[in-house]
Design a protein around this ligand. Structure first.
Ligand code: SAH
Ligand code: SF4
Ligand code: F3S
Length: 476
């Protein structure tokens, strides 16, 4: 690195200035390499996992574009980066599968670079395996030091070998780095990082670290900037947004944050993810009820309907408490859509426990539910529990649950037929020519005649035909 250091002076020690310095260092390298090859260098960011990872990928993209890489499909990319997830075993297997393909591609294109980051890299066994059997990977970093991406990339350009930098945890929140949004008109906004809940099946607290809230001023400033840049819909992101702000020097509730976000001009829709039922306050329900901007959708993961299993999961609520909460929300905000996450086959789950889950699904009548078969995650308390459920029982329960969830979701979706809803147009419909797709406040999609000029705009649409989980409509 010494040469570059001379070119630009010593690297600043403060963040984010330090990263802007390394962006310049990388830019120079990319320029030289492009000149040599007589073509631009290209990149592809592939995201696995949740909205938080998707937002992180926008940060990676922002930096890569600033450096001078141009976006492309993975097959043609000079720089390929996977932002990984490890919440379930499947997510890991996918990454190894992809790496197998990349190995061959790299043989044909020797100046190709491969980087891996995200939650899976926070697991020591994964990094060990990569170091042993995947030496063709150039750069490996984790969730806590993603802000250092430009610096690590500069190091990697210089080194030629495999660079691995994983932090165990961090207190740092680095703001104000470049970000390239996937959509011009909507954006995720991190309000907190990490998780302190330690649900016994879940690996997220281990790979994302302890809960850290961003200061409300920083969040507001980011949203104001987004609004000025044409964003009208935002989604506030955190593993448990209901505990936002509790550990700040000047504590503030999530409901109060929402009140402040509501004041921001130019923002028309506010969403948030995810709400833990144990921390959902009456104040929040009140704010949602009074708000003109908070969307009529609440994702409220139940995980199981059995109080016994919920206790073993360390969820800190019972079936009865959850049902009472769902009922209160429906009473206060009647047009709200409720969605949830459900795990089937947590260790020790019996047919009776599972019947309780079905009962909750019937009672709450979710608009949608994401169902998962329990996946054993090394290092979590549940992985050490003895009575793991047999795969054939899991499969049977999963199929039964899915059938119920889908039939109820269809009925729930149909309840809006004939109404006029305001939608935000998101994209041109790939399947039906001359149609666009818009999202309603309650998160349902509607397809209706229109063209690309409508993208990012709001229209009132009559919901004419319910097609199960979405609608066909026309602009009124
Ligand atoms: N913080 C969010 C969830 C993040 S993970 C919350 O508490 O609601 C998203 C979903 O993945 C979880 O809600 C859960 O349903 C599922 N999940 C997490 N760990 C899992 C595991 N080990 N096996 C199967 N599903 C899991
Ligand atoms: Fe995982 Fe529970 Fe934290 Fe959600 S709240 S991320 S399920 S530990
Ligand atoms: Fe996966 Fe990490 Fe999100 S493990 S679900 S990408 S926080």
């Amino acid at each position: 690195m010494e040469k570059e250091l001379n070119l630009y002076g010593p690297a600043p020690t403060e963040e984010p200035e330090r990263q802007y310095y390394f962006i310049e260092v990388c830019k120079k390298q990319v320029e030289e390499e492009s000149k040599r090859l007589g073509r631009p260098l290209t990149f592809c960011v592939t995201t696995f996992g949740c909205q938080m990872n998707a937002r992180d990928s926008e940060k990676l993209t922002g930096i890569l574009e600033q450096i001078g890489y141009q976006p492309t499909e993975e097959e043609n990319a000079d720089f390929v980066i996977y932002n990984t997830c490890t919440v379930r075993e499947n997510a890991n297997l996918k990454v190894y599968g992809h790496l197998g393909l990349l190995k061959h591609r790299k043989k044909e294109n020797p100046h190709m670079k491969i980087a891996l980051c995200g939650c899976m890299m926070q697991e020591p066994e994964v990094v060990k395996k990569l170091k042993e059997s995947y030496r063709f990977v150039d750069l490996v970093f984790g969730t806590h030091n993603i802000f250092k991406f430009a610096e690590l990339l500069a190091e990697s350009m210089e080194s030629g070998g495999m660079i691995v930098d994983i932090w165990k945890d961090t207190q740092e929140i680095v703001e104000e780095l470049p970000i390239e949004r996937k959509y011009a008109f909507k954006s995720g906004v991190n309000i907190m990082f990490g998780c302190n809940n330690f649900c016994s099946y879940c690996i997220v607290p281990y790979v994302r670290g302890r809960e850290r809230s961003r200061k409300p001023e920083d969040i507001i400033r980011e949203i104001e900037k987004l609004a000025a840049d044409g964003v009208s819909e935002i989604m506030l992101l955190g593993q448990n947004v209901n505990s936002y702000g509790k550990n700040l020097d000047d504590p503030i509730t999530f409901a109060e944050l929402l009140r402040r976000v509501e004041q921001i001009e130019g923002i028309r829709r506010i969403r948030f993810m995810t709400s833990h039922p144990k921390d959902l306050s009456d104040e929040l329900i009140q704010v949602m009820k009074e708000s003109k901007k908070i969307c009529r959708h609440l994702h409220l993961p139940v995980q199981s309907g059995s109080s016994r299993i919920l206790k073993a999961m360390n969820r800190k609520y019972t079936k009865e408490q959850y049902l009472a909460l769902a009922e209160k929300i429906r009473r206060e905000i009647p047009d709200i859509s409720l969605t949830t996450d459900i795990i089937v086959g947590f260790p020790g789950e019996t047919d009776e426990d599972f019947a309780e889950t079905l009962d909750v699904v019937r009672k709450v009548r979710y608009d949608n539910a994401y169902t998962f078969i329990y996946s054993k995650r090394t290092g979590t308390p549940a992985a050490a529990m003895e009575n793991q459920v047999a795969p054939e029982d899991n499969k049977r329960r999963f199929d039964q649950l899915l059938a119920l969830v889908q039939s109820l979701a269809k009925e729930q979706t149909a309840r809006f037929a004939g109404t006029v809803q305001e939608v935000l147009v998101e994209e041109v419909n790939d399947h039906k020519e001359g149609y666009v797709t818009g999202r309603m406040s309650n998160n349902l999609l509607v397809h209706f005649p229109g063209d690309a000029s409508l993208i990012g705009q709001y229209r009132n649409v009559r919901l004419e035909e319910c097609k199960g989980f979405y609608y066909m409509g026309t602009v009124v």
